[in-house]
Design a protein around this ligand. Structure first.
Ligand code: ATP
Ligand code: MG
Length: 336
């Protein structure tokens, strides 16, 4: 059978509606998790609307996976709680599990290694209560989409790391959950597979209003895909907002590239002495600068350099990225 993804992605009506009074599909309030002396998640509060693709970013050990483990009820909070689809993770863990699909960080290892690819999905489909008559079609559609149909009889443990990640993603999507909690979903995928998964996530969120809570280190991917982002470190939220809000913060500080055919070190020594310039770094043939009030000061900069016979190839605004913002936030350089 060919890939019939429309049928697969049709959201089942059997999922219960969000409880009255809850506007957000994921609503985290004061969520805290300690492991002994380690404060892995520190009074985290944030809300994710339905149909949103939310990206949680942060360095190694920041608390991202712990957050996902708390949301999917694998861990119990030390303090605080969260509602997932209106269900409290402490009071109604079974309901939370029914409406969530999870790709754990160790997703590769949570499959049954000696069972075949097909058997793994069949087992989990039954566990999640997918109607018996729908199981074969749903498995085939998912495996075909992930280019794993040909491998359906192979043991899960014999797959490559990336293919096991694809299989773990199939398992997370199998019961058409309202909320997907995905811990680094594309970390082991090749670029083509990663693009396909991104497109699938976008499609499921836009067309079927499924909500995605995604941990990632892949900043260009998050920038392209996520509607809202939070950056955390040491269990604390450092910055959160929609992509547009973060972009506005980025543009509050304009970065320019000054390309020159002169010796960069010589140009740098001239530029550094100017009060309105915060020197950032040098590149092969360029200086990367932040310029205060560029509307007025760019021309002063150019005139000064020209008066010293410095040849300038270009002075242009650099396209700032989520990576720029992330690096600034992590080192404490951007207002929260
Ligand atoms: N089961 C555990 N027992 C003790 N400490 C833990 C446990 N799980 C996580 N931690 C600690 O909690 C902190 C947060 O870990 P977590 O795995 O959530 O980080 P992360 O942001 O997912 O990092 P990475 O990007 O490396 O996956 C770390 O200091 C980690 O050592
Ligand atoms: Mg992690």
């Amino acid at each position: 059978m060919k890939n019939n993804f429309d049928q697969y992605t049709a959201i089942s009506d059997q999922n219960s509606p969000t409880e009255e009074g809850t506007d957000f599909e994921v609503s985290i309030s004061g969520l805290t998790k300690c492991f002994g002396d380690i404060l892995a998640v520190n009074h985290m509060s944030l809300d994710v609307p339905a149909g949103c693709i939310f990206g949680l970013l942060g360095p190694n050990g920041a608390g991202k996976s712990t957050t996902i483990r708390l949301l999917c009820t694998l861990l119990t909070p030390t303090e605080g709680t969260a509602l997932v689809g209106g269900y409290d993770i402490i009071e109604s863990p079974v309901s939370v599990r029914e409406i969530t699909g999870v790709l754990p960080e160790e997703g590769n290892h949570t499959l049954y290694q000696t069972m075949s690819v097909y058997e793994n999905l069949e087992y989990f489909a039954r566990l999640y209560g997918v109607a018996e008559g729908e199981i074969p079609q749903r498995i085939e559609e998912l495996l075909s989409f992930m280019s794993l149909w040909e491998r359906k009889d192979d043991r899960a443990g014999e797959l490559s790391t990336g293919n096991r990640q694809r299989l773990a993603l199939c398992r997370a999507l199998l019961h058409r959950p309202r909320v997907l909690l995905l811990d680094e979903p594309t970390s082991a995928l090749d670029p083509v597979a990663a693009k396909r998964v991104r497109e699938l996530i976008l499609r499921l969120a836009r067309e079927y209003n499924q909500t995605f809570f995604i941990n990632s280190h892949n900043l260009p991917e998050v920038q392209r895909m996520c509607d809202r982002i939070a950056i955390i470190n040491d269990g604390n939220i450092l910055m959160t907002g929609t992509t547009a809000e973060l972009r506005a913060k980025l543009h509050a500080k304009q970065i320019f590239r000054l390309r020159t055919s002169e010796d960069v070190a010589r140009v740098s020594s001239i530029v550094e002495s100017m009060a309105f310039i915060e020197y950032v770094r040098s590149d092969v043939d360029s200086l990367i600068l932040t310029i205060e009030n560029p509307q007025e000061n760019n021309s002063i900069l150019l005139q000064t350099l020209l008066s010293q016979n410095i040849k300038i190839i270009e002075l242009a605004e650099e396209e700032t990225t989520l990576e720029d913002l992330y690096l600034e936030v992590i080192k404490g350089g951007v207002d929260k």
